[in-house]
Design a binder for this molecule. Sequence first.
Ligand code: KG4
Ligand code: ZN
Length: 330
Amino acid sequence: MPVTILAIESSCDDTSAAVIRDGVVLSNCVANQEVHQLYGGVVPEVASRAHQANIIPVVTLALKQAGVTKTDLTAVAFTRGPGLLGSLLVGTSFAKALALSFDLPLIEVNHLTAHVLAHFAEEPKPEFPFLCLTVSGGHTQIMEVRDFHDLEILGQTIDDAAGEAFDKSGKLLGLGYPAGPLIDKYARLGQPRFPFPEPEVPGLNFSFSGLKTSILYFIKRETAANPDFITQNLHDICASIQARIVTILLKKLRKAARQTGIRAIAIAGGVSANSGLREALTAMGEQEGWTTYIPAFQYCTDNAGMIGVAAYYKYLRGEFCEQNVTPFAR
Ligand code: KG4
Ligand code: ZN
């Protein structure tokens, strides 16, 4: 009997459902919530209501695209946390109800573990142990991944996440939300000629709040002298912000690789879609003699495919949860 898992992701502002059979992703559907663009960031209450509206159509589409019916399912998986509690509640309640009505086992998945294990959705799959830099809107961490179930955080941000650094800088430039993809697009057209400072953070931890402040003062100073400064220099400003974020990330990743002696290096999370980071990682990998793993775009940002892949490895170990399981925010 094949193992067919329906996976649900609803931790932030993307409602996603996927069907995974024997570890292979058959469908991976995402409904983005564009409504948050009006507010320049995710509004939690609005996100949970949008999840409620989206979840049944998205699950129906995922089953249809996979050519699977509810009676073919072996288990139901969902993101338990971390994330926005109201958003997580929608996915959790939906998964529980479905599992209860079809008498299926339930699998809870940690969102950050799933970003890392997204690398097992496609070939080439990394060999253990590997290091993974997970960079998203909510998290920035370097993990040593020894096994599907044995992940250790070696370093993480002490303030903002890398995605937040992109989004908040973009907000200062008057760009829409999320600004990460826009900064990426404009950066490709510019030169990193504005030197933003690099924080001094001990060990393998990161900090991005100082960068945000220096960008704020830079913009204030320059626009006081020339009100059109941003429009006239947008591409170069974006290239400079992106270049600095990328060097902050990769310097720590290189330090972690040298400290641990691990040469299999992966990136994950929404910011791993960034073209500057992808190129710089490849270049550093060649210099350092690493084997690098960069996920396909559909597995970078939040998606249920990665939840299903992580759930599959829990299924193989019989790691199920009860109906009284509750989501967690952090
Ligand atoms: O993993 P994700 O979809 O959601 C969280 O778990 O947070 O990551 C979303 C983050 C946002 O901050 C977004 O701006 C950033 O990923 N992002 C990017 C790019 N695509 C998404 N940042 C830089 N360059 C991109 N191409
Ligand atoms: Zn995420």
